[in-house]
Each structure stands twice: as structure tokens, then as C-alpha cells.
Design a binder for this molecule. Structure first.
Ligand SMILES: Cc1cc2nc3c(=O)[nH]c(=O)nc-3n(C[C@H](O)[C@H](O)[C@H](O)COP(=O)(O)OP(=O)(O)OC[C@H]3O[C@@H](n4cnc5c(N)ncnc54)[C@H](O)[C@@H]3O)c2cc1C
Ligand code: FES
Ligand code: FES
Length: 1309
């Protein structure tokens, strides 16, 4: 049978409305359809590959077989539109809106301060909503499972979890109802305890109010006889049979056509690898694939069942059968819980999983070890094929013939004396593919410890699921004892010795898992009284129960009017519209008539001459309009920084992979992207590309100048110290991973070379100037509009400009509106991130721990162009003292020029790396002297009136207060004792604890940048429009500006509106960066409001009892201008690098964090058990926003130091170009107890209302987790007699941790 040439009509529902598509294209995903066709832009694009959750929607289907409706969350980016026939889709717009009413989930996440930039919020809302549709009273575990696949780069997850946990029934008690810490019912809630939110304000959840499943779809399913459906697209045909015979016939005639089920393998292949399938066969309507049949040997589970359904089926069986029969079921359940995210498991199928034959599949090793088999069918008939070592042939290939279809999988019951276990270790605990995964089964004859049968399979050790057959042979028929196992480890080592030499970690994991299995089996044999020897305790899993966290901040004074919002935890201004999906981001703007899309073509060579660019094939493709090259630029073809030029579009040569060479303009995104892949560039490689700092040092490849500071006489001081120690640490780079990728829309106005640019930029003025120079037009023709950014973190200050310049050239040339939105992979490839560094140090100290001399040298990897790397180097060197008064200190930073994509500004601007080098040095001193780290820290900390190493006076009093308070709040000393006790009692798990201080300079050292302006308009109805220089990127600057305007004008915040940041209204601005946005713009807004309030004074005096509206109307009658600009001329900071002295910051923000971790020494897995952070935030202008900044920055730091690892190919290609390869912290990484305290009674004369800048300082506090890990590793090393300094680079990934622990297994590999 071949696919019919006729097409069918696709019918489904979205938010209760029927959608019929006559020409459904099989290549269209639901996400594309929602955003582009239905203009439902609440559902966001974050990665396109199922890895971020930003596109989460709820799918509901009616099952006529049992007349039930099922609801589940799914990633719209992986849902093929054609798969949705008969389904009902609910998007964030469908559950509530500000126009009607908001849903309790939307309300609670928003009011609990769980939405900052808001880009992840609709996805979070929908994951939670889908959970509540199935279970209105979920447990905390259910919630974290539901949110595991939703990434948030801003909040640190704590507030999202706190908002969602209000749905848990069992959680209600006196403190918890108000978001406070559980007091166990001992404490009465008092009015003095300020809270971030009050649960009592929340709407109740009323399941009866939810959208019902469309009756028409039920009718359709009940009455229509299902028919085969066919859909034809531009390049792909989709056939969806109903009967198994039809499916078999289709597959026999089209053996190459894939069976599309969950599309979680096929979808990413189409999107990321450009695979084109002329025909796909969807088998989700073939009922035989969903049958579940029990037999005496086990259960046949239909291959079409999703992984979530499979888990439910197995769980149900576990409750029906005795434990001894369900060993394999439980091992599979364990593995299914960790596999992917809930959204993935809800669509991925058992058959699809097996047939995908991933080398690191989580299920296949367990299925194989458990003697499972599949029932496969083709036109030749049906056969049962065992899932053994012969089944999995290579990556993506099995023994089945291409035309064979897996109908069901037999999962056998276990027998008495049989034990099955599964283990996995992944780069992140949840929602990440495993590094190594395993399924192990052993069978003993009754009452014996002699192995009757054994089966061990691994994933992640070679190109496919692999049997450890030789190891099994070494165990079989032998007693389960230390001797057998010791032999087994040796055999296992040899069995996988073909692994590449760098695979020590994988090899180590294979051993560790076998060891863990052996302990569990010993335990079982002992429980069954088969053995009498004293057995070692089995290793308990790491803790995972999230505790209630504490947030402490100061109440506003009693004297403050109730209407004055300053100092109160006011919710983010846009939180509700972000939660309803109504908040508009750049790519949500409606299409403009004739709009074109721009796709970039980037270099595939790291260092080469461009010999030709052939665009002819691209121009022949449908929809392609033009290709923009450097020759098309009418103005400046380069951008200049610190004396170095950067090509807007590469002209003659390329200096990194990912450099933009040209760009394709087409009538749609799809056509532009196809055009971009068709451009052919020829290169002539240039010699010696440089990728690492070490290469750069060898070849003296630097951007000048180096930055250096020195105080005292370091050389002399080294001569008189008791000890000298030298060490080094590498700190890897970091991807910004703002959830909204770089986005812009450039609109030519059509006359006088005017352009309007809607863009996600942190620095609209610089972008305006860059575009004007590129187009050779005056700046007054370019207006930049920034409504909001879906996260930025420094990544949208500079890199956005080049992209906007290219898009503007395209708009200028075509005279059409041009949209450019980067794919996640492109964004990661092109835009760089935080600078990786190599930090070397020599430190001289006394017996008592006093450091008298330190000499630090840092090399940063700047990449191919200078960008802001010199300024980053300056900030690094300015923070080389961190919190410590080292009398003789020399610090130097060299900026290495390499052939990697250029790095740029990133939250913390070099401080997180520099301070980490210092802190590592301090801890080395402790390790040399065998003193606790905190003792070395304390003895060297600044005290009393102090001078920095660049001779700036400051008082460290609040730093010391934070230090003391953090130690008290965290019960540091008590917990140190507990940690020691734990370590004494546990051989394979260790705990570690660390306290880390930070002293962070706020504002720009370049004095001229410390300025800001605002425009405040009062309208006749009394409403107020504020515009200022700050861009809203989640940090809450608009919320704070509303508070300022409200206080200064004495009007309720609801009267004040902030629409956008725009170069037309507030010109010549500086970036929202350096943690200075509120300080600068707050003063400018205050200034403008005070001017207006003074102008109104005569009117107020005339009519003191009048209302605000009366005064405003009267002022208009009296011809008083109700529009005022405000300006802030900030501190004249300066730095003289020749003299090595200056006053680069108006003030410092201080903070201290204490973290405790528990780690599994055998796998390197760890969990942050508790974090306590004390920050001197001055008088917080908005505690909820400030605490949000602290938590978010801390988690970003935790990611930097422990998780996020950029990987490059030997030729300089970034491998880690999406959430599947690059893991940012997810909800599972949040400290189990995450407490933040704002220092009380702190005042700051240098910033608005005595507050302090807070955006960046806490990134470095994330290093307390890194140092706690190092502490735990030190304890593990002690077990094998290793003491003293050791090296652990950042990020402390499971791999680095495991190898550093030096367990007997790491020593074997
Ligand atoms: C973001 C993300 C995270 C993931 N995380 C993990 C993880 O942590 N661990 C892990 O193990 N896996 C993980 N996966 C992989 C996932 O488990 C598989 O992609 C999935 O199980 C495939 O099932 P599917 O139904 O989506 O297959 P599809 O993509 O629909 O099909 C995959 C292949 O199987 C074939 N096929 C499907 N059904 C049958 C059948 N009945 N008979 C014959 N051939 C068939 C198809 O022809 C196709 O070639 C992840 C995937 C994604 C996208
Ligand atoms: S956009 Fe769909 S999961 Fe990221
Ligand atoms: S609020 Fe979650 S990504 Fe910004």
C-alpha cells in the first residue's frame, strides 16, 4: 500500500476552539503553529528540542476503549501538528488571562515571586497546570517531578516551588500558609514577621472551573469509524493508519519510512541534523500497540505505550504481585523516573525508545539484563526476539529488519532469589542523558550464595547497549563474595578497555555500579539469612526532600504610610502578564506586512581565509530573497573596542567557528534557514589556530594591555614568610543561557532613512549608534525600543549590536521589515559567554595562617575579538583581594587572544572567576597548615577602616557582620561537627561545608558611565508614564522605578506605568549592567518626580484636600507642564592604572554564604543539602526582588562552579549547543534548604533610599557549593591516606569529583 495522494483535514481543538487544517504540513510542529498561525505567543521557544520546557502545553485525549480523558504535559516544539488529530490542546492563554480571570497556578507562581524575566513562566505554569488536572493535591515530589524539565535561568527555582507547594494539602500550618519557615507549630505568626507573600490572598483551586474536553471530539471518537489519514507537506508526507494490517503493509512497502510515535528521537534529528523523511508513518492510532497482556511469565506491554504509561502499568503490577516477582518492574520504574523530563516521558514510547537504540539509553540495559524480548511483526509474520547483546547492533540500529514493527515488549516476572537493579549517573541529576547507565540481574538458587545466573548490561560505554558478558562469566557458578567480586572488577576493567583513554570516569562508573549492586545483593542475602557475614551497609541515595526555606528581611518602619511601596516585597510589575502569557517579548510582536526573516551563515573554520562565497544555490531556493554580505554594508564595516576592530560580517578571513560570514533573507524562517544551509563557503586554512590559554601563552597571543596592581613589596615579603605555596585552578567558561535567545525586528519607516528597532538589548543607545554607523545615517534616524528581555545576564549588552547591524543592513537593502531570532544552538555558537580562566598563584604565609604575600596571575580566554575583555580583566584585578587584607599583593590579568568565539560581559564581569582563584588559594593555605578554612579566612579578612590594594578607603564592618551572622544563622560550627561525624560513619558518602565571603564593587569604574536619565509624564486622568534608561530583563528595575515614582509623587503604584525603554524618550543612556540599574535610574526617576511634585505644589497648597486627579486637572488649566526629565550624575569613579590606585566604585555590596553538600564518592554525584546566605543590601528597596536576585545569581554561580561545562572539538567547534549537551541548574539542583537573610540596619549613603546594588554579587557566593564539594572530596581522600592540597577545577562536575575522590575504583582505571 502506498500513501494516498489525497489529503485529509486535520481536526483538533486549541483552548476550546476547533481548528481545522486543510493543508496540514507534516513538518510543522505545534509550537510553530501556535505562535505563527494562531498567534498564541504565550507558549515560548527556548530550545526547540524538548530540553527546556518553555513550550510546555497540556494535551488532552479521549480514549474510547475505556471512555476516559487523559491530560498530560508535552513539549509543543516536539509535537508534530499532524499527530494531534482528535486532541485538545490547552496553552497558557487557555487557562486564564488578565482580561477574564487568572488561574490559581498563574496567580501563585506570580505572587510567590516565581517570575522574573518571565520567559520560562508560561511553561512552568503549564507543567503545574497539567499536574493539577490529574491531581489537585499533589505532593512536593509530584511538583518537583512535574517541573524537572522546565528550566529557569533567573529565579533559582525556590520561589516557583514555594508558589506551587501551596497546592499541597499536607503543607498547611501556621507559618507555611504565609510562606514562612516551618516552626513546627511552636510559633504564632506575628505582625512583625515580614513575609514575601501571603497564601491567604490566593484564589482557591476549583477543578470544576477548568475547560472541559470538547464534546465534539468525544463524539468524533465514539461515532466515526477511524480511517487512515494522509497529510502532504512541501517535502514530507504523513500517513496515519488505524489497523495493524494497514501499518504492516505500509511499512513493508516503505521500509525506510520511520514510525513516528513520541517524535522525541525523529523530531530532534529533523531539526538539528537536517534529516528529511519523504514519508513518515504515524502509528499512534493503531490500538494493538497499546495492549497490555499478563501471562504466567510476565507482562506484554504494548510498544505504543508512553514511558509515563509504562511506569503506571508497572507500578500497578507491583501493587498486585509479591515483591519477589517484581524486581525487574521496580528497577524499570526507578530508571523511568530519571529518564528525561515528564514532558518527554509523556510522549516518548517504549517501542520508540528501544528502537532508537541510544548508546546511553536508560531502559535498554535494564530490559536486556532482565531477559525481556520484543514481539515484532512484518508481512512475513510475527516473531519474538530477545533483547540481548545481539539485538543492539550500533548507534540507532537494532537487529530487526527495517520493515519490522515492535508490537509489544515482554517484561518477565522475577523469580525467588533473583535481584535486579538499575543505576545511572548523568551530568545533572534529572532531565539529562546519562553518562553511564546500567541494568544488573543476578539469580541464586534457593538458600545459596552461589550465582546461578547473572546478566549485566551497560549504556554509555560504547556505541550501543553493551553486555558485560565476560564479567558475568567470571561470576557465574561462584559464591557471591569479596573474592569473586574482586575478580569481577578486574575482568570488567579489561572488558571495556577499548574505551578511549579519556574515559576514566566512564570506566570508573562501571566499577562503582557493580560495587553498589554487590552491596545491595549482600544486603538482600543477609536479610534472607543466606549469608551470616557482617555486610557493609548499602549506600543510601542522596537526600532529595526539599525543606521550607527562610527569607528574612527588615520590615518598613511603622511611620511609613501604608500607601508607600518602598521597602515592601512588591511583586514584579509584569509577573501576572508573564504568567498568563500576555507579556510581549520581541519575537511575540505581530508580523509586519512583507516582513522577511534573516538567517545567519557562520564560519565552519577557526582560522582561515575566505576564498569564495557561493550563494547561487541558496538564491534558487523557494522563498529566498537575498543574501547579505559585507559588501552590502553602506557604512562602517567594523565595530571597534579598545583599539581593536571586529568585522560586522567577515570580509576576507575568519578567526573562529561561528563567526558570521553572511546572512540569508527569505519570506519565512524555514526558507531563510534552508537558504543559509545552501550557502557554500570555501576557505584556505591559516596555520596554528589557538584554542586554549596554554596555546596562547606559548604563542604570546594577547590583547593588550595586561592589567596589573601591586601593593607592598611582594618579592621581599616572600623572603620572610614561614611557608610558600604555589597552586593553580582552571575555571571554565559559562554560557549565558538567557531563556529568550537574541531577537530583533528592524522596521524601515519608509522615509528619510528612518528605522525602528524592536530588540532585546541591555544597551539600546549603543545599539542605536552601531546601527547608525553601519548604515551611515545619523543616530536621530534610529529608534530602539526595548519592551522587556527574556533574561540577559550581560549577554545582550554587546553581542546584540552586531546582529542588529546585520539585520538593519538587510532591512535597508530590502526596504522590508526584517526579523532575526537566533536558534538556541546558533546563539550558543555565536555569542560567547563568560571568560574561562587559568589562575596561578604563589602565596606566602605564617604558621598561624596569616598571609603576608600573594602573587596572582590570571589568564583569560577572550576569544577571537576583544569585545569587553580588557574591562573584564580590569574588574578581575580590582577584585583580587576579595575580602582579604593581604599586605603584599600582586595581581595581574592577561587577556588571551584565541580562535574561539569571543567572550563578553557576563553577570559578575570577571569577579566570579577572580575571587574563586583567591578563595582557592586561601583554602590551600588551610590545607597546608591543616587548619579549618574559615580560620584562615577570618584571620586574613579586612578589619577596621581599610584600604584596598588600589588604595580605596572603605569600611568592612558590614562584611564582618555578614560573616558572623551567616555563621550563626547556618549554625556553622555545630554543622562542622555533624559533618565530621557523618564522614566518620560513611565510607562512600561524604559531606563538606564551606563559607564564602564576597566584597563586590558596584557601578562602573569609568566615571562617565555612572549617569542616568528619566522622563516622567503625568496625563490628564492622573495616570503617570515613567520612562528611564534601564531595561527590564527580569531584575525588576521597572518594579523598583514604579515604587520610586509612587513614593515621590505620593500616588499609589497602580497609577504609574512603565511601557518600554526607548532611545526616543530617554537618549544617550548606559547599559543596565554593573548592578547599577536601580541606583542610577532610581535617582533619575526620583529627580523627575520631585520636579513634577514641586510644580504641583502651588496647586496642592491651594486645594490641600483635593485629590491627585483634581491637582493634575487644575495644573493643566494653570498651564503647568506635567512632563519632566530627570537626571542623575553619579559618582566620579576613576582608576589610574599607571599609578595603580583609584576610586573605581562608589561602594561595595557584601555577602557571605555557607553551603553544605553530600556527595557520593563512587559516582561524583552530589546534593546541596543546605545554603544560608546573608547579604548586605543596604535598605532593600524591594526585598522580594532583591532576594530573587540573590537566589538567582547564587544558582547561576552554582551552575558555573559545579555543572555547566562548555566542550569544544579539537578544531574549535562548540559541541555544547543546547540544553541536552549543556546543563544549567534545574529544580533538582536547588539547595534542599535555601535560606536568604538581608542584613538588618545597613545604610548606604551612595544609592537611592540607602539601598545597594544586588544583581551580580551573589554569583560568586555559588562557589560556597564548590568549596563544600572540595571539603567533602578532601574527606574522601583522607580515607585513602591522601591529605594536603589537591587540584579540583571548576566546574566540579561529577567526573572531576569522582576522580578527585581517589576511591579504590578510580585508582583501578
Ligand atoms: C530532551 C530529551 C531528553 C531525553 N532524555 C533521555 C534520558 O534521560 N534517557 C534516555 O534513555 N533517553 C532519553 N531521551 C530519549 C527518549 O527516551 C527517546 O527519544 C524516546 O524514548 C523515543 O521514543 P519515541 O516514541 O519518541 O520515538 P520516535 O522518535 O517517535 O521514534 C524513534 C525511532 O523508533 C522507531 N520506532 C518507534 N516505534 C516503533 C515500533 N513500535 N516499532 C519499530 N520501530 C519503532 C521509529 O521508526 C524511529 O526510528 C530523551 C529525549 C529527549 C528529546
Ligand atoms: S522549546 Fe520546547 S523544550 Fe525547549
Ligand atoms: S524567570 Fe525563569 S527564565 Fe527568567
Amino acid at each position: 500500500m502506498s500513501a494516498s495522494a489525497e489529503r485529509d483535514t486535520l481536526c483538533f481543538f486549541v483552548n476550546g476552539k476547533k481548528v481545522t487544517e486543510e493543508r496540514a504540513d507534516p513538518e510543522t510542529t505545534l509550537l510553530y503553529f501556535l505562535r505563527q498561525k494562531l498567534r498564541l505567543t504565550g507558549t515560548k521557544y527556548g530550545c526547540g528540542g524538548g530540553g527546556c520546557g518553555a513550550c510546555t502545553v497540556m494535551v488532552s485525549r479521549y480514549r474510547p476503549s475505556n471512555k476516559t480523558i487523559v491530560h498530560y504535559s508535552a513539549n509543543a516544539c516536539l509535537l508534530p501538528l499532524c499527530q494531534l488529530h482528535g486532541a485538545a490542546i490547552t496553552t497558557v492563554e487557555g487557562i486564564g488571562s488578565t482580561k477574564t480571570s487568572i488561574h490559581p497556578v498563574q496567580e501563585r507562581i506570580a505572587k510567590a515571586h516565581g517570575s522574573q524575566c518571565g520567559f520560562c513562566t508560561p511553561g512552568m505554569v503549564m507543567s503545574m497546570y497539567a499536574l493539577l488536572r490529574n491531581n489537585p493535591h499533589p505532593s512536593l515530589d509530584d511538583i518537583t517531578e512535574a517541573l524537572a524539565g522546565n528550566l529557569c535561568r533567573c529565579t533559582g527555582y525556590r520561589p516557583i516551588v514555594d508558589g506551587c507547594r501551596t497546592f499541597c494539602q499536607q503543607e498547611v500550618n501556621c507559618c507555611q500558609i504565609s510562606g514562612g519557615k516551618d516552626c513546627g507549630g511552636k510559633k504564632e505568626k506575628t505582625d512583625e514577621t515580614p513575609l514575601l507573600f501571603n497564601k491567604l490572598d490566593f484564589l482557591p483551586l476549583d477543578p470544576t472551573q477548568e475547560l472541559i474536553f470538547p464534546p465534539e471530539l468525544i463524539l468524533m471518537a465514539e461515532t466515526n469509524r477511524p480511517q487512515m489519514l494522509t497529510f502532504h507537506g512541501e517535502r514530507m508526507t504523513w500517513v496515519s493508519p488505524v489497523l495493524l494490517e494497514e501499518l504492516v503493509q505500509l511499512k513493508t512497502s516503505n521500509p525506510k519510512a520511520p514510525l513516528i510515535m513520541g517524535n522525541t528521537n525523529i523530531g530532534p534529528d529533523i531539526k538539528f541534523k537536517g534529516v528529511v523523511h519523504p514519508l513518515v508513518i504515524s502509528s499512534i492510532r493503531v490500538l494493538e500497540l497499546f495492549e497490555v497482556t499478563e501471562t504466567p511469565n510476565g507482562v506484554w506491554v504494548g510498544a505504543g505505550n508512553t514511558l509515563s504509561d509504562t511506569r503506571v502499568i508497572l507500578k500497578k503490577l507491583c501493587s498486585q504481585f509479591p515483591e519477589e516477582k517484581t524486581e525487574l518492574f521496580r528497577a524499570l520504574i526507578h530508571q523511568l523516573w530519571n529518564l528525561g523530563s515528564k514532558q518527554i516521558r509523556n510522549v516518548a514510547t517504549l517501542g520508540g525508545h528501544i528502537m532508537s537504540a541510544y548508546p546511553n539509553s536508560d531502559l535498554n540495559p535494564v530490559l536486556a539484563a532482565g531477559n525481556c524480548s520484543v514481539s515484532a511483526i512484518c508481512s512475513d509474520g510475527r516473531r519474538e526476539v530477545p533483547l540481548n547483546q545481539d539485538f543492539f547492533v550500533s548507534f540507532g540500529k537494532t537487529i530487526l529488519k527495517p520493515e519490522e514493527i515492535v508490537v509489544a515488549v515482554l517484561i518477565p516476572f522475577s523469580r525467588k532469589g533473583e535481584f535486579v537493579r538499575a543505576f545511572r549517573q548523568a551530568p545533572r541529576k534529572e532531565s539529562a542523558f546519562a553518562t553511564v547507565t546500567t541494568g544488573m540481574r543476578v539469580m541464586f538458587s534457593e538458600g545459596s550464595r552461589v550465582v546461578e545466573d547473572v546478566s549485566i548490561y551497560y549504556g554509555g560505554v560504547c556505541a550501543t547497549t553493551a553486555s558485560a558478558a565476560k564479567t558475568c562469566a567470571a561470576v557465574i557458578a561462584r559464591p557471591w563474595n569479596d573474592e569473586t567480586l574482586s575478580h569481577a572488577y578486574d575482568v570488567l576493567m579489561k572488558e571495556f578497555d577499548s574505551l578511549p583513554s579519556k574515559a576514566e570516569f566512564r570506566r570508573c562508573l562501571t566499577l562503582s555500579f557493580l560495587f553498589k549492586f554487590s552491596l545491595e545483593v549482600f544486603q538482600k542475602l543477609s536479610e534472607m539469612s543466606v549469608i551470616e557475614d557482617k555486610v557493609m551497609e548499602k549506600i543510601e541515595p542522596l537526600p532529595r526532600e526539599i525543606q521550607l526555606s527562610q527569607q528574612e528581611f527588615q520590615c518598613v518602619s511603622d511611620a511609613q504610610s501604608d500607601h508607600n511601596p518602598v521597602g515592601r516585597p512588591i511583586m514584579h510589575l509584569s509577573a501576572i502578564s508573564q504568567a498568563t502569557g500576555e507579556a510581549v517579548y520581541c519575537d511575540d510582536l505581530p508580523t509586519i506586512d512583507g516582513e522577511l526573516f534573516l538567517a545567519l551563515v557562520t564560519s565552519s573554520r577557526a582560522h582561515a581565509k575566505i576564498t569564495s562565497v557561493d550563494v547561487s544555490s541558496a538564491l534558487r531556493l523557494p522563498g529566498v530573497v537575498d543574501v547579505i554580505t559585507a559588501k552590502d554594508i553602506p557604512g562602517k564595516k567594523t565595530r571597534s573596542f579598545d583599539g581593536y576592530d571586529e568585522d560586522v560580517l567577515a570580509q576576507t578571513q575568519v578567526t573562529c567557528i561561528g563567526q558570521i560570514v553572511c546572512a540569508v533573507l527569505a519570506d519565512s524562517r524555514t526558507h531563510a534557514k534552508r537558504g543559509a544551509s545552501a550557502v557554500k563557503i570555501s576557505y584556505e586554512d591559516l596555520p596554528d589556530p589557538i584554542f586554549t590559554v596554554e596555546d596562547a601563552i606559548k604563542q604570546s597571543s594577547y590583547f593588550e594591555p595586561w592589567r596589573k596592581l601591586e601593593r607592598g613589596n611582594v618579592t621581599e615579603a616572600f623572603k620572610s614568610v614561614d611557608f610558600v605555596h604555589e597552586g593553580e585552578i582552571r575555571i571554565g567558561g559559562q554560557e549565558h543561557f538567557y531563556m529568550e535567545t537574541q531577537s530583533m525586528l528592524v522596521v524601515p519607516v519608509g522615509e528619510e532613512s528612518e528605522f525602528k528597532i524592536y530588540v532585546a538589548s541591555q544597551w539600546p543607545t549603543l545599539l542605536q549608534m552601531a546601527v547608525a554607523e553601519t548604515l551611515a545615517i545619523p543616530s536621530n534616524r534610529v529608534s530602539c525600543h526595548v519592551k522587556r528581555l527574556g533574561g540577559a545576564f550581560g549577554g545582550k549588552v554587546f553581542k546584540t549590536n552586531i546582529l542588529a547591524c546585520i539585520a538593519s543592513v538587510a532591512a535597508w537593502k530590502s526596504n522590508c521589515a526584517v526579523r532575526c531570532v537566533l536558534e538556541r544552538g546558533e546563539d550558543m555558537l555565536i555569542t560567547g559567554g563568560r571568560h574561562p580562566v587559568l589562575g596561578k598563584y604563589k602565596v606566602g604565609f605564617q604558621k598561624d595562617g596569616r598571609i603576608l604575600a600573594a602573587d596572582l596571575q590570571i589568564y583569560t580566554n577572550a576569544g577571537n575579538v576583544v569585545d569587553k575583555s580588557i574591562v573584564v580583566a580590569e574588574k578581575m584585578v580590582l577584585h583580587l583581594d576579595n575580602a582579604y587584607n593581604i599586605p603584599n599583593l600582586r595581581g595581574q590579568v592577561a587577556t588571551c587572544r584565541t580562535n574561539l568565539p569571543s567572550n563578553t560581559s557576563f553577570r559578575g564581569f570577571g569577579v566570579p572567576q577572580a575571587a574563586c582563584v583567591v578563595e582557592n588559594m586561601i583554602r590551600d593555605v588551610g590545607l597546608v597548615l591543616q587548619f579549618p578554612a574559615d580560620q584562615i579566612q577570618e584571620i586574613n579578612m579586612y578589619r577596621g577602616p581599610s584600604l584596598t590594594h588600589y588604595k580605596m578607603e572603605f569600611s568592612p564592618e558590614n562584611l564582618l557582620r555578614c560573616w558572623d551572622e551567616c555563621k550563626v544563622k547556618s549554625d556553622y560550627h555545630g554543622r562542622c561537627i555533624a559533618v565530621e561525624k557523618f564522614n566518620h560513619q560513611n565510607r562512600w558518602k561524604k559531606r563538606g561545608i564551606a563559607v564564602t565571603p564576597v566584597k563586590y564593587g558596584i557601578g562602573f569604574p569609568e566615571g562617565f558611565m555612572n549617569q542616568a536619565a528619566a522622563l516622567v509624564n503625568i496625563y490628564e486622568d492622573g495616570s503617570v508614564l515613567v520612562t528611564h534608561a534601564g531595561t527590564e530583563m527580569g531584575q525588576g528595575v521597572h518594579t523598583k522605578m514604579q515604587q520610586v515614582a509612587s513614593q515621590e509623587l505620593h500616588v499609589p503604584p497602580s497609577k504609574v506605568y512603565i511601557s518600554e525603554t526607548c532611545t526616543d524618550t530617554v537618549p544617550n543612556t548606559f547599559p543596565s549592567a554593573a548592578s547599577f540599574g536601580t541606583d542610577a535610574n532610581g535617582m533619575a526617576v526620583k529627580n523627575a518626580c520631585q520636579t513634577l511634585y514641586q510644580r504641583l505644589e502651588p496647586i496642592r497648597l491651594k486645594n490641600p484636600k483635593g485629590t491627585w486627579e483634581n491637582w493634575v486637572s487644575e495644573a493643566i488649566m494653570e498651564k503647568i507642564s506635567l512632563s519632566a526629565t530627570g537626571f542623575y550624575r553619579g559618582a566620579d569613579t576613576h582608576m589610574n592604572w599607571e599609578k595603580m590606585e583609584g576610586h573605581p566604585y562608589p561602594y561595595f555590596t557584601f555577602g557571605v554564604s555557607c553551603s553544605e553538600v553530600e556527595l557520593d564518592c563512587l559516582t561524583g554525584d552530589y546534593r546541596t543539602v543546605r545554603t544560608d546566605i546573608v547579604v548586605d543590601n543596604g535598605q532593600s528597596l524591594n526585598p522580594s526582588v532583591d532576594i530573587g536576585q540573590i537566589e538567582g545569581a547564587f544558582m547561576q554561580g552554582l551552575g558555573l562552579y559545579t555543572l555547566e561545562e562548555l566542550k569544544f572539538s579539537p578544531s574549535g567547534l562548540l559541541y555544547t549547543r543546547g540544553p541536552s549537551q549543556y546543563q544549567i541548574p534545574a529544580v533538582c539542583d536547588m539547595p534542599l534548604s535555601f535560606n536568604v537573610y538581608l542584613l538588618s540596619d545597613s545604610h548606604n549613603p551612595h544609592a537611592i533610599y540607602s539601598s545597594k546594588g544586588i544583581g551580580e554579587p551573589a554569583v560568586f557566593l555559588g562557589s560556597s557549593v564548590f568549596f563544600a564539594i572540595k571539603d567533602a572530596v578532601a574527606a574522601a581522600r583522607k580515607e585513602v591516606g591522601l591529605t594536603g592540597c589537591f587540584s579540583l577545577d571548576s566546574p566540579a562536575t561529577a567526573e572531576r569529583i569522582c576522580l578527585a575522590c581517589a576511591s579504590p575504583f578510580t585508582q583501578k582505571v
